[in-house]
Design a protein around this ligand. Structure first.
Ligand code: ZN
Ligand code: ZN
Ligand code: ZN
Length: 89
């Protein structure tokens, strides 16, 4: 991994991939999403900020889980909310 800009990113040694390719919260309400992110603290897969419900950001703020990974198969990046930092892996 490239040199991380924050300690949260530096502490990720094994990136968690999505268990299912759907937003856990949106499927409960029948909503839709654009892209998905997987929380690196608990493994929850939730929708991105381009989605109407922005569940990944809401989850990060509600739980304090700092880092998500893109759940898109072709994308390999991590993002830290509190530090607004990204890293490829
Ligand atoms: Zn951080
Ligand atoms: Zn969602
Ligand atoms: Zn989480």
């Amino acid at each position: 991994m490239a040199e991380a800009a924050c300690e949260h990113l530096a502490s990720i040694h094994q990136v968690r991939r999505p268990k299912r390719r759907e937003c856990e919260e949106c499927v409960k309400t029948g909503s839709w999403w654009v892209h998905l992110r997987t929380c690196q603290s608990c493994g929850a897969t939730l929708c991105c900020d381009s989605s109407p419900n922005r569940h990944a950001t809401g989850h990060a703020h509600a739980t304090g889980h700092p880092v998500v990974a893109s759940a898109e198969p072709s994308e390999r990046w991590l993002y830290c909310y509190p530090d607004d930092a990204m890293a490829e892996y």
